[in-house]
Design a protein around this ligand. Structure first.
Ligand code: PEP
Ligand code: MG
Length: 575
């Protein structure tokens, strides 16, 4: 009988295969007290297992094929480094000696303490690194307990249907070995989107679902299963109709992916020779590398709010500096970092504001308004941003600018902070572009004046549409009015682009509209030459650009703007 299971889809694509459970996931770790004379031998046994674990990882590293992405070997190196870390070696030996317990029990105690410490970390990426501690500890434990996990034989690729690996969790090393056997997909009971299982599955383009609790109990070895890595669903024991449907869907996806992946290293140049810049929107510093892999030439919007969320207290200057510097160093092109955009739909636990909730938070003290009102909050971030500019091509972007005066005030604040840092002897990029987000209609209308001061514009259509059409972007009741094709919205976009062109400053768009392939031709016709979007959309948008004649689109869109014809706009986007 068919049934659906749901987890978190972390690596896209459809796979159809047979369930192959990885056994030996859960280890029953024994604990016993040693006699004083046994302690020395136990410590030797522990170090022996640690050495053996290193040998195993070196063997796996040697098996990585030449053309594999660099991060694959880097994962193994991370585990090798951990295996040598004193918190996993000497600390365990000390615990064996001080508590007179066996090596397995001491390692388990030390592992649990390290995992607890990682769980306390504010940074989501670092928090997810507890998986590595668990994987490394599990490898030593298995050796100590003589329960090494055997992977399925490498016959999967020649079988009628390849294997879908179902496990409690899969170590990076196992993924490397399994990927070489041509497995169809991974399903794990634990892990999240930032786990190494997820990252590696994406590197190998193998569909994967994590966090599917109970998968090993519910699925039977050998049964057919369909994995939808986009949606995070799996269909066990599908009927003929479902199989035919998903086979079709998979063929379509594979053909599309093959065509798109060929575009990764091609420049986004239109048929009539106009170069368009494609950038990525990122939320976490570790998204930067993924964006570059998918063909983004830099970062057009790094939303820094996420550093402030899900925590008690505000991030310090050093913590922010490290996060920004990490992204700046990881990105080859420009890295546009948006200053704090808190308020309205983006609230934090650590906000210091007290008092009644405003009636119209989207029109209230948010984004740049909040930063100018709370100079210490702003100064900490600006200092961190300026310092991080030593590591890359950092651009500072100010959200929700509504007037020239406001932009000037923020610009002067940044300049004063820069002088302060120079006086303190800090070294960083001296000329950092400071740009304005155009997401309030007043800013679009005042763009010719703003352009005298701003180094660049970036159009935030999510808010621009909200404020232009007077519809709350998070209110379901009025969502049907949210219309990127409204002539008023198109006019404001056009005016902003024109003002930027006249002042010879770059104009990008970083709202969702920029990453929606339906609007690409329209935006090209409006004169947009920089698009910033979710990395997953980059190649699809690039394909449309490469097929477009921008000169012809500009004429078409020019006529459309004059006529205000909504149907013509819809026809252009194929709605
Ligand atoms: C926008 O408003 O279009 C934008 C990119 O910013 P956010 O969605 O973060 O408000
Ligand atoms: Mg916005």
């Amino acid at each position: 009988m068919s049934f659906w299971l749901s987890g978190i889809g972390v690596s896209r694509g459809i796979a159809i295969g047979r369930v192959q459970k990885l056994h030996g996931g859960d280890l029953e770790i024994p604990e016993y007290t040693l006699g004083a004379h046994e302690v020395g031998h136990e410590i030797t046994r522990f170090y022996g297992a640690q050495q053996r674990a290193k040998e195993q990882l070196h063997d796996i590293r040697d098996q990585i094929p030449g053309g594999a992405p660099a991060e694959i070997a880097a994962f193994i190196d991370t585990h090798l480094l951990m295996l040598d870390d004193r918190s996993l070696t000497d600390a365990v030996a000390t615990m064996i000696r001080s508590h007179n317990i066996n090596a397995e029990a001491a390692l388990r105690r030390q592992r649990d303490a390290l995992v607890a410490a990682f769980e306390q970390m504010d940074d989501a990426y670092l928090r997810s690194r507890k998986d590595d501690v668990q994987h490394v500890a599990a490898r030593i434990l298995r050796i100590l307990m003589k329960q090494e996990r055997s992977l399925p034989a490498g016959s999967a690729a020649v079988a009628a249907e390849p294997n879908v690996i179902v496990a409690d969790d899969i170590t990076p090393a196992d993924i490397i070995l399994l990927a070489q056997q041509g497995v169809a997909a991974f399903i794990t009971e634990y892990g999240g989107p930032l786990s190494h299982t997820a990252i590696l599955a994406r590197s190998y383009s193998i569909p994967a679902i994590v966090g599917l609790h109970g998968a090993r109990r519910l699925l039977r070895d050998g049964e057919t299963i369909i994995v939808d890595g986009d949606l995070g669903h799996a269909l066990a024991d599908p009927d003929a109709q479902a199989l035919a449907f998903f086979r079709d869907k998979r063929s379509g996806q594979l053909a599309q992916r093959a065509a798109l992946s060929g575009l990764r290293h091609k420049p986004a140049i239109s048929r009539d020779g106009i170069k368009i810049r494609l950038l990525a929107n990122i939320e976490l510093s570790e998204d930067a590398a993924h964006a570059a892999e998918l063909g983004a030439e830099g970062v057009g919007l790094y939303r820094t709010e996420f550093l402030y969320m899900n925590r008690q207290g505000l991030p310090s200057e050093d913590e922010q500096y490290e996060a920004y510097a990490r992204v700046a160093a990881a990105v080859k092109g420009p890295i546009t970092i948006r200053t704090l955009d808190l308020g309205a739909d983006k609230q934090v636990d650590s906000g210091s504001r007290q008092g009644p909730t405003p009636n119209n938070p989207a029109l209230g003290l948010r984004a740049i308004r909040l930063c100018l009102k709370e100079p210490e909050l702003f100064r900490t971030q600006v200092r961190a941003l300026l310092r991080a500019s030593a590591h890359g091509d950092v651009h500072i972007m100010l959200p929700m600018i509504s007037s020239t005066q406001e932009f000037r005030q923020a610009q002067q604040f940044i300049e004063a902070t820069r002088q302060q840092l120079i006086a303190e002897g800090h070294r960083f990029e001296r000329e950092i572009p400071v740009g304005a987000m155009i997401e309030v209609p007043a800013a679009a209308l005042a763009a010719p004046w703003l352009a005298r001061y701003a180094s660049f514009f970036s159009i935030g259509t999510n808010d621009l549409i909200q404020y232009t059409l007077a519809i709350d972007r998070v209110d379901d009741e009025v969502n049907y009015l949210y219309d990127p094709l409204h002539p008023a919205v198109l006019q404001l976009i056009r005016m902003t682009i024109e003002a930027g062109d006249n002042a010879k400053i770059p104009v990008a768009m970083c709202g969702e509209m920029a990453g929606d392939p339906r609007y690409t031709r329209l935006l090209l016709g409006l004169g947009l030459t920089e698009f910033s979007m979710h990395p997953a959309s980059v190649l699809e948008v690039k394909r449309i650009i490469m097929e477009s004649d921008i000169g012809a689109l500009r004429e078409e869109v020019g006529r459309l703007l004059i006529s205000g014809d909504a149907h013509a706009a819809e026809a252009l986007v194929g709605a």
